[in-house]
Design a protein around this ligand. Structure first.
Ligand SMILES: Cc1ncc(COP(=O)(O)O)c(C=O)c1O
Length: 414
């Protein structure tokens, strides 16, 4: 039986141990941290998500825009949700047809909408009345008729329990009251036939997820009725969670599909969409860095790592650590102790968590973190203190391939 935790694939761990044994120790261009994505694991997972005919799956590219990851999703029949010109160009560069691209996001300028239409994108989630007016003008000029979903943001009346856990307003979409004021007839160049709602994140309970989805149905179908819209498409965004704390709170995909079949029926839509980020790619990614110092400071056992939130910022934002283990085999023989893991930046925010590791961990040992496939490389703050930007690797059929070399400060500083 393997000594590695359940979230770490054995074949990858062994390959990375080999890599560690042949490490480049040149201070100027060494990797002070790298990401690696297990593509066989990813493809298997995506194929499993596609074993259903209830929901059309899009991939939220913001979760991980690496070309190899996009290609894996393409190969498994996913379509693509992009939220910027950069994401659009990255997806088009992988030879994905523009008809398979959806544009979401609150920051769509008229210039951007026109550019997307010119590139052949014909599906838009519209988040403001301005976006609607601009898209209509651009579509009329270009003589195209894009499919449009209105993004709705719900708030619960004072005193009523808010199932979304808080009533803070965001720039994502508009209230039903605001959308009710528009007239579909004012936008003849658009096929406005869907609604989009997504106001939750990292959900780990099937029951809670279903309860939230089902509470969306009445306000959304009511809005469609008031607008005189034949509601064809309902897009429920993303938000399916990963159990970063490994407490076995995992979602059941087959239950999700059963629940979504009910939602589809209740909303009487012909198409139900999800744009998955974290749930699609989170588990296939790992992050590796090494220990540069170890000390007892007051009451804390501290490890200082070669990289921290400059490569992987999520723990600082959420106060949730990624699961972690030693890459070497020495761990199981000694007792474990909770270590406070700090990165190299001059801010106390730079902490990757407090996690159990064997007492004999040492300077130079490599640590591997799991569930780092989503919101990792591209969500971090790589330039602070001028450390190297993380390298990226893919692992496929036993082969480890570097896709991005570490970028040293002299390459990005001006
Ligand atoms: C519009 C939209 N859809 C989907 C997602 C993906 O969310 P998740 O990673 O929770 O699946 C996001 C993430 O921010 C988003 O903004």
């Amino acid at each position: 039986m393997s000594d590695f935790p359940h979230w770490l694939a054995d074949d990858l761990a062994l390959s990375l141990q080999d890599k560690a044994a042949n490490k480049n120790d040149n201070i100027l261009d060494s990797e002070n941290g790298y990401f690696v994505y297990h593509l066989d694991q990813l493809k298997q997972h995506l194929a499993n998500l596609q074993q259903q005919d209830v929901v059309k799956l899009w991939y939220a590219v913001k979760a991980n825009p690496l070309s190899h990851v996009i290609k894996a999703l393409d190969g498994q029949g996913f379509n693509f949700d992009v939220a910027s010109v950069g994401e659009l160009q990255q997806v088009l560069a992988q030879d994905i047809a523009p008809e398979r691209i959806l544009n979401t996001g609150p920051a769509k300028s008229k210039k951007q909408l026109q550019y997307f239409l010119e590139q052949g994108v014909n599906t838009f989630v519209v988040e403001s009345v301005n976006q609607l007016i601009w898209l209509n003008e651009c579509a009329a000029k270009l003589k195209v008729k894009p499919t449009v979903l209105l993004r709705v943001q719900l708030q619960w009346p004072d005193g009523k329990k808010n199932p979304l856990g808080g009533n803070s307003l965001t720039p994502f979409g508009l209230s039903t009251a605001k959308w009710q004021q528009i007239s579909l007839r004012d936008y003849p160049a658009l096929d406005i036939c869907g609604l989009h709602i997504f106001q939750w994140g990292n959900m780990l309970s099937n029951e809670k997820m279903y309860s939230l989805w089902s509470q969306m149905v009445a306000p959304l179908t009511e809005l469609a009725k008031q607008l005189g819209m034949a509601l064809k498409i309902l897009d429920l965004g993303g938000g399916l969670g990963l159990d970063y704390l490994t407490q076995t709170n995992t979602l059941s995909w087959s239950q999700i599909i059963r629940d979504l079949a009910q939602i589809k029926q209740q909303a009487e839509v012909t198409e139900l969409w999800l744009e998955l980020g974290r749930y699609a790619v989170g588990e296939c990614g790992y992050y590796v860095t090494d220990i540069v110092d170890k000390k007892t400071n007051f009451t804390e056992q501290q490890l200082v790592l070669a990289a921290g939130i400059n490569h992987i910022i999520r723990p600082a934002i959420t106060e949730q650590a990624f699961p972690c283990t030693l890459l070497s085999d020495k761990q199981q023989l000694t007792p474990m102790v909770d270590y406070h893991m700090h990165g190299p930046l001059c801010t106390s925010l730079d902490k990757l968590g407090t996690l159990p590791l064997p007492t004999n961990v040492a300077v130079g040992d490599e640590l591997i973190f799991g569930y780092c496939g989503a919101y990792g490389f591209s969500e971090s703050m790589p330039f602070f203190l001028c450390h190297n930007v993380a390298a990226e690797y893919v692992f496929e059929q036993g082969e480890l391939t570097q896709v991005r070399a570490p970028q040293v400060a002299s390459e990005y500083l001006r």
